[in-house]
Design a protein around this ligand. Sequence first.
Ligand SMILES: C[S@@+](CC[C@H](N)C(=O)[O-])C[C@H]1O[C@@H](n2cnc3c(N)ncnc32)[C@H](O)[C@@H]1O
Length: 315
Amino acid sequence: MLGRFGISMYFCGMNPETYHIPVLLTPSVEGLAIRPEGTYVDVTLGGGGHSREILKYLDGGGRLFSFDQDADAISRVEDNPRWTPIHSNFRYLKNWMRYYGVEAIDGLLADLGVSSHHFDTPQRGFSFRSEAPLDMRMNQQAQLTAADVLNTYTREQLTSIFRLYGELRQAGRISSVITKVRSEAPIETTSQLAELLIPLLGHDHERKDLARAFQALRIEVNGEMSALEEMLTSAIELLRPGGRLVVISYHSLEDRIVKNMMRAGNINGEVESDLYGRTKAPMRAVDKAITPTPEEMETNPRSRSARLRIAEKIG
Ligand SMILES: C[S@@+](CC[C@H](N)C(=O)[O-])C[C@H]1O[C@@H](n2cnc3c(N)ncnc32)[C@H](O)[C@@H]1O
């Protein structure tokens, strides 16, 4: 099985030593419209590609706070008086800003999901291309693993995870087979899961569907959707008028949350009005969604599903 989905096929052209190649680097950092003395937050440090680019624009008064819930990412940050790494889930953005005495920010960038480092570290269990325990935690101190989800969730819960987060037509069949198999012995490894899934997936889209099934589990394990909603709510509150919110997403559900929050300040995307019928949208979109150029997709296959949205806080 692993031979059929060899890592070189997927990350062709990518050096396995590379932690992560930043996606949509120029348009996302330009989207922040950086003021050199401003206060910025990168809530998804990863390999630090976006953070280091932001730092280039800051002068003595400028500050950058970079969050990552993964200790591996935080451990690679070099000393810089303008740069503060924060080892935490970004859902606690507001608490951390209060802790550092920051009342308002000039811009926030989020480049969602996992980094290539996660896929390239087999023992983290994110990839179906290597044999490993089903872990998938970005925060290695967190309790819930992918194996816990597979072996303890009800069939209905599993169906909705595979349908909602994996957009898999076969979600119902997948969860039935999982509950049947686990009644005999727990499902513990990536290859056990992949072997169980392959016969259930459409032959033409096997590799894509397998990636989607793994993605669905990862989203659940890391509570990605609720963290995103909480972080965006805090970001909109913290931004000063004219401040920029820049988000790169990789999944339609994620993108919908980002779009709705940017349009209306809430997850439903419904703009509220006051007693006089005046709309109360907190942000205005800057341009349409931006996607990578064919050249970027060619050199960095991970960028293929990326979608960048930029919005500005209304004064
Ligand atoms: C796509 S990578 C970011 C890559 C980065 N922009 C770069 O250019 O190197 C996403 C990173 O965000 C982190 N992350 C994802 N969700 C998070 C969350 N809720 N809180 C904190 N960090 C998170 C992941 O651990 C991962 O390192």
